[in-house]
Design a protein around this ligand. Structure first.
Ligand code: NDP
Length: 256
């Protein structure tokens, strides 16, 4: 894997916490020669902490932490245009940034929560993809690169009280499948990884920062760790070029 990831530039959205943060650390841990990581999220201070941890654990890896809100299209275009020369040739985009807000039956859902979930989970992921694909296509050695989208089991099995979040992840799934078909027989791989329950800040965000409520979600069950998902992301990116790990569903045993 280290050999196949040698020299790559990997961009992770939502790298300040949970699955995105673990993905950044996992790529660094494989210690490919000349690995470059672009880590983005809204909390730049937290991103800098992740960068500092990588500097300590894998000093050969170059890390660029960048404040980027994927729900703001103008930030995405500005960010891609201003990437430093050394980080410009992105090879892998991990579209991970995402969130759920609130738990409400459809008639009671706050319209602002609907907007933020779609703007982040769907439009943000689409805009990031559109911003990075031209970089893949313009390579001197022909179009090449990986887009790894983090979907969710929620996109396949909608649940009560989660209609909007589930709809966003179903949209991710449809977009990803269509894109893979559009890019068939190219060297651009379109990959979707759908986690089940993972213990991250996800539930804290859902309940508006109420940690006690978030902790209750995991009572009596053993959720996945963000590292469990990160390992699969790195595995997918580290396959031989002709191998597309197109679609994975990963859940803890209690969810099966
Ligand atoms: P966390 O809340 O721990 O991490 C979410 C990350 O997304 C943070 O780094 C956050 O950074 C970032 N983010 C949120 N909004 C934005 C935005 N507008 N712009 C840029 N970054 C943003 O949750 P997870 O790690 O669990 O979630 C990661 C992905 O995994 C999401 O897409 C989620 O839907 C998916 N998922 C999670 C599951 C779970 O059980 N945890 C199950 C299935 C899928 P910041 O706040 O600094 O911007």
């Amino acid at each position: 894997v280290a050999q196949r990831l040698k020299g790559k530039t990997i961009l992770v959205t939502g790298a300040s916490s949970g699955i995105g943060r673990s993905t950044a650390l996992e790529f660094a841990k494989t210690q490919p020669e000349d690995l470059k990581l672009i880590l983005t999220a809204r909390r730049i201070d937290t991103l800098k902490e992740v960068a500092a941890q990588i500097a300590k654990e894998a000093p050969g890896v170059k890390v660029l932490p960048v404040k980027l809100d994927v729900s703001k299209p103008e930030e995405i275009s500005g960010f891609v245009g201003q990437l430093p020369e050394e980080f410009k040739q992105v090879d892998v985009l991990v579209n991970n940034a995402g969130l759920v807000k609130g738990v409400a039956q459809a008639p009671d859902i706050n319209p602002a929560d609907v907007d933020v979930m779609f703007a982040t989970n769907v439009t943000g992921l689409i805009n990031m993809t559109q911003a990075i694909l031209p970089i893949f296509k313009s390579r001197a050695d022909g179009g090449k690169g990986d887009i790894i989208n983090i979907g969710s089991i929620a996109g396949r099995e909608p649940y009560q009280g989660g209609s909007i979040y589930c709809a966003t992840k179903a949209a991710v799934r449809s977009f990803t499948d269509a894109l893979r078909r559009e890019l068939v027989a190219t060297r651009i791989r379109i990959i979707e990884i759908d986690p089940g329950q993972v213990e991250t800040e996800f539930s804290v965000v859902r309940f508006g920062g109420d940690k006690a409520k978030a902790d209750k979600v995991y009572e009596g069950v053993e959720p996945l760790t963000p590292e469990d998902i990160a390992e699969v992301v790195v595995f997918a990116a580290g396959r031989r070029e002709n191998v597309v790990l197109a679609d994975s569903l990963i859940f803890p045993n209690h969810q099966a």
